[in-house]
Design a protein around this ligand. Sequence first.
Ligand code: SAM
Ligand code: DTB
Ligand code: SF4
Length: 362
Amino acid sequence: MSQVRHNWTKEEILDVYNTPLMELLYDAATIHRKHHDPNTVQVSTLLSIKTGGCPEDCGYCPQAARYHTDIEGNDLMSVSHVKAQALRAKSSGSSRVCMGAAWRNVKDGPEFDQVLEMVRTINKLDMEVCCTLGMLTENQAHRLAEAGLYAYNHNLDTSEDYYKDVISTRAFKDRLDTIDNVRKSNVTVCSGGIIGMGEQLEDRAGMLVALTSLNPQPESVPINALVPVEGTPMEDIAPVSIWDMVRMVATTRIVMPETQVRLSAGRTEMSREGQAMCFFAGANSIFAGDKLLTTPNPDVSEDMEMFKMLGLNPQKPFTKVSQPKTVEAGDSQFESMSEKPKWSRPGHKIDRNENAKAKAKA
Ligand code: SAM
Ligand code: DTB
Ligand code: SF4
């Protein structure tokens, strides 16, 4: 029976997010092990195939041409360079290569043909291939699918309400349209967002409402902590706390039980204990390699040491594609639990002062 709900409300998601931490962790871990092997984590390697010079104004992004950041811009990488990098990633334990381009959208022509050749080349190495190239038409999604693309990353980034404060050169609806175009092909969808951009908790919940309402839900949801980069409008924002990251991961796991939850940017600021809590809360994927697209990430050797310490195993390529399904009447995510969490009971509203009131009565 299907376990997936597409009708989460913002209030329900906020109630989950604000659950006392020990309960939240328990609930998320319970759902996690019901749908996934808790000791397996999928490892992807990012490769920036076209860096910098982007015409967009995403407030967090060091690759936007209009901000004066320190990154070194590059033209589109050659196919042979991509192949060499993919082989390196494979030998270090990655099952997926995710190629990112600092483009507003994909344009048909020689550069797109070169990207299609990169996809075919990595595919032949028996690795999953993901791309994040900006906005995409339906026809381009089909061409990527034909070349063997496994996943397309296109983040909603934040709630529809907060989106306008972060990006003005495109709209939230444009993101949804591209995700829709990807869905019309057989490429899987990777879509998530960033926390720590000055948003309210309501915006985190709002983003999850938008992601959960997609039918099917994304196969993969990256949760990034903002990496504040000098020169961007968000350079001075204080790093998000690990507790926020753990709560966001746990909430994502609860509302999207079958999805791969990707602990993405921001891991250099997290302790191993913090990351372990995220894995316990349901994160089952990371980006590995000492660089994300332009900013630092932990060394592969450090990550492998952490995996060893935690008894985690990297997932083999093409081993699990859970095609999230739609909820059916009577389904529950908690069939195997002796007691259902309060927020999962129909009509329940959490009263956060419940304990205080009970004490006062006694
Ligand atoms: N240009 C394409 C696009 O915007 O879809 C693909 C590349 S873009 C860099 C991919 C994603 O990286 C963004 O949607 C955002 O979620 C994430 N990202 C970019 N800069 C970041 C930062 N400083 N901190 C955290 N995440 C970031
Ligand atoms: C995603 O959600 N995070 C990755 C990947 N998808 C493309 C990118 C993170 C980028 C962090 C900033 C940088 O390194 O430039
Ligand atoms: Fe360009 Fe993507 Fe960066 Fe926005 S996030 S500025 S679209 S590279």
